[in-house]
Design a protein around this ligand. Structure first.
Ligand SMILES: [Zn+2]
Length: 220
């Protein structure tokens, strides 16, 4: 491995974004023919750097991604490492998205920072980037906004407060192209996690609509 080369990455996975396979599962549906409205930085990544943060090349890229994002967004409650970890892949490596996708995370991260502030600055557990092959493996269908580095999945021990607070935040931004998903349960239950994305179009799925209605009714 050539030290100092931009290509000297632990493993470079060629994740050809072929086809629009919809694996079903729990993330936003694929866009169909609506690709033109995808984030401008698209197309989906065709090369992804995967490796352990202990690898010097990966560590350097993580630091670069951290620096890039923190120029745009207060570095409160997030790290590039947390946004790029693939917990369900063997060894839980990080996957660093192609540079052309980095800007997609900025507006979503701004939303996240505001959500965290409304949650009383309590720590949130985050998952964000998924290469297309990993997205397919975890039921995102291979074309979810996670593959564009535009989506974050968020957990907090107080699941109901998280969903309620996120719904209020989405309601407060009626003109923004936010994707909002709430998984596991509606307002009468205990949801497992939420999803936020930006840059495509405003939409909801799973139990998100019920949580928005609940917030609208003044229960937030
Ligand atoms: Zn998601």
């Amino acid at each position: 491995m050539l030290i100092g080369s931009a290509l000297a990455l632990g493993v470079v996975v060629a994740a050809a974004a072929s086809g629009e396979s919809n694996g079903g599962g729990n993330d936003p549906p694929p866009p169909g023919d609506d690709k033109r409205q995808r984030p401008k930085q698209g197309p989906p990544p065709d090369q992804v750097a995967v490796g352990q943060p202990s690898d010097p090349a990966i560590a350097a890229w993580l630091a670069e991604l951290d620096a890039y994002l923190s120029r745009e967004v207060p570095r409160v409650g997030w790290t590039a490492r947390e946004l790029t970890t693939m917990p369900k892949a063997p060894g839980a490596p990080v996957a660093i998205p192609p540079r052309s996708l980095w800007a997609n995370m900025v507006p979503t991260l701004r939303l996240l920072v505001e959500l965290r502030r409304r949650m009383g600055d309590e720590p949130l557990s985050l998952r964000a980037y998924r290469p297309p092959d990993y997205d397919r493996a975890v039921a995102g269908g291979g074309t979810s906004l996670h593959t564009y580095f535009a989506a974050i999945d968020i957990r907090h021990p107080d699941r109901r407060r998280l969903a309620r607070t996120a719904a209020r935040l989405v309601l407060d931004r009626p003109d923004e192209s936010i994707g909002f998903g709430v998984y596991g349960a509606g307002p009468s239950g205990s949801p497992s996690n939420i999803h936020l994305d930006t840059g495509w179009r405003r939409r909801t799925w799973e139990h998100a609509r019920a949580w928005l209605d609940n917030a609208k009714a003044g229960n937030a």
